[in-house]
Ligand binder design. Structure first.
Ligand SMILES: *Cc1c(COP(=O)(O)O)cnc(C)c1O
Length: 230
């Protein structure tokens, strides 16, 4: 077994154990392997071990890997800060975006999503603990952006994402994730069920699963420490 295969097995075990512990439907939490700073060869190893969803934060770096891994059965998720001048590459090369937080980017992604491929799946990034430095919508801005989606047929709004400040201990970690879950309950409608909650990383995936995560975004536990030289 390769090191990555071992780690993937461990992470999947963590997810399954948390699903059981918190009475979640078995298999209801998907693993998004966050491969930023790791090579295409490393991604191939994870792919060989059965992992198909990969998350990237830096567009330049992601584009190189997507090029090297064309024709592989990979679903690419963009999870980084969106820059206006990069929306076309995102719209053309990814299946999901987790980090949408403003209407201008939504309109650009919609206009630039190529015809002939399915709509781009979108999660709105919510700044649940109102950290100054961080991307994401304030919770009470989300309703307005959601309303815009009726005019954006090339985007499919799937749910909400958050990246809370790191805290210690499951009970403390659950607070921010609970805020996202409750916001989803408030905002969802029959037309827009917001079924996806993208939350939880290496250090806090159990807390996220306890609060209803449907996608956990895990880097370090899958690939080991990140390469600092990109
Ligand atoms: C890097 C990153 C992750 C993964 O973090 P780990 O702690 O390595 O699991 C998840 N989500 C986002 C948005 C990230 O940038």
């Amino acid at each position: 077994m390769s090191a990555i295969e071992n780690r993937l097995t461990e992470v999947c075990d963590r997810i399954r154990r948390a699903e059981l512990q918190y009475q979640r439907t078995p298999g209801s939490v998907q693993l998004l392997a966050v491969s930023k700073t790791h090579s295409a060869a490393t991604i191939r190893e994870a792919l060989a071990a059965g992992q198909c969803l990969f998350g990237e934060s830096y567009l330049q770096e992601a584009m190189a890997k997507i090029g090297q891994l064309r024709n592989q059965p990979i679903e690419w998720h963009f999870i980084g800060r969106i820059q206006s001048n990069k929306t076309r590459e995102i719209a053309e090369n990814f299946q999901w975006v987790h980090s949408l937080d403003n209407p201008r980017h939504a309109i650009r992604l919609n206009d630039q999503r190529p015809a002939g491929v399915p709509p781009l799946n979108i999660c709105l990034q919510i700044n649940v603990d109102a950290e100054e430095s961080k991307g994401g919508l304030e919770p009470d801005q989300a309703g307005e952006l959601i309303a815009l989606f009726s005019q954006l047929p090339r985007l499919q709004l799937r749910g909400l994402m958050t990246l809370p400040a790191p805290v210690q201990g499951v009970e403390q970690q659950r607070i921010a994730f609970r805020r996202l879950r409750l916001l989803r309950e408030r905002l969802k409608s029959p037309e827009i069920p917001l079924e996806t909650l993208s939350m939880g990383m290496t250090a806090d995936l159990e807390a996220a699963i306890a609060e209803g995560a449907t996608i956990v975004r895990v880097g370090t536990a899958v690939f080991g420490p990140r390469n600092t030289k990109r």
